[in-house]
Every structure is written in C-alpha cells, then in structure tokens.
Write a protein that binds this ligand. Sequence first.
Ligand code: F6R
Length: 236
Amino acid sequence: MKFITIKSYDELSAKAADIIAAQVIMKPTCVLGLATGSTPIGTYKRLIEDYNNGKIDFSTVKSINLDEYVGLDGNHDQSYRYFMNNNLFNHVNIDKANTYVPNGCATDYDKECAEYDKRVQDFGGIDLQLLGIGIDGHIGFNEPDSIFTKETHVVDLHPSTIDANARFFEDKSLVPKKAVTMGMLSIMQAKKVLLVANGANKKDILEKAFFGPINPQIPASILQLHPDVTVIYSEN
Ligand code: F6R
C-alpha cells in the first residue's frame, strides 16, 4: 500500500486526477470504477481540464459506479447518476451508453444486483477503482457488518452515513435510508485501487482502516489485502 499524505485538497485532486489520467492514457479502453461524494469532485474537475487540454480522451473508456440511493431515479438532483453526469460525464467525451450506475428504482433488486456483478465480470474486471471512505469506514455503501459482503446488494444506510449525507438534502428526513452498492468482490478484484480522503474527520478512520486489524466492522480494512492500493489523504 502507498499512503500519501498531501498538503491541500487541491493537491489531492491533482494527484488523483494524474493517476486516473495515466490509466486512461496507458489503456484507452480501460474500465474505471467511479465514486461520488464530496471528495472526488476536485478530481473530476481536474480530469475535465485534462480533457479540455487534449491530454486525455474518454471516447473508448467504460465506467461503472459504486452505488446509488434506493428510490431516486437518475433525474433526481441527489441521485448518483445525476451527480456523475453533472460532475464529469456531461463535460468529457465519454459515451454515456458506456457509463453504468446502479438503478435506484429497480423493480427487481436481486436481478439488478446480479446483473451489475455480471457486468463487471464481463468487462474483465475494473482497471482502476476510485474510492472515498465514510467516517464509519464504509467504501461504496458497504457499511459495517459482521461479514465482508461480497456481491452487489441493497443495504440499510448506517445512521452516521445518513447524518453525513444530510448536508446534500433540504432536510435530513429526505435522505434515502437504503442504497444499492457494489460489493467487496468487484472492488477487491479491481487491478488498482485509489482511495481519496479529505479532512481532519477522516484521520481516525484511516488509521483504523489501514493500520488496524482487518475487520468487517471497518469495511475499508479489507483493502490492506489488496496488492495495489494508493491512499491519498489531505487533512486540509
Ligand atoms: C459514494 C461512496 C461513498 C463515499 C463516502 C465518502 O459513491 O461510495 O463511500 O465515497 O461516503 O464521501 P465524501 O467524499 O462525501 O466524504
């Protein structure tokens, strides 16, 4: 594992974007596993700049996102599909038909989840998986549990996740209570993992996840077993 502590959020975003840009340049047909949340927004801005400067071309890239709120369709401004369109896809030349976000309004979640896992397998796995980390140690929405959940599944969001995400909604009561998330298997099978974390409130959980025991109560701790993980952390 490479653990990089960096001075500012801007530097974190630049470094993370450089790693993703290198992946796209080295393998133009790569599969990027993408995350939402506040932390990657700066990274996506840098990638848009790289695209505008002619440094990267997304035309043959595929992307698959980690998660989506149950009950929000892609037009809802707090859905993760909307977030991805708004923060990245609408501004680069990726083919939207090659971008995947779980369906938050599926009628059959067992089917939706199985198809999501199969899609990753059919792609031959994810080349580079971008992750954030929740203050309870979640990655994607794999919340603390008694086991590491392997497959894509529907999850009850942890109260601390609902509190943390309430900042994006008009009222806390509007935060969905459930989400559909990619499981650990697809994340752990990614060839490279890049985790970005920003702010003093993430320090404690990073310490536990990367330097403490591997325990499904701290879902991100399983990444200690992944052969190619880079963590970029900026306290400010
Ligand atoms: C979002 C996701 C979540 C976030 C995590 C951190 O797709 O998978 O695991 O990465 O909740 O969110 P921020 O970056 O807002 O602190």
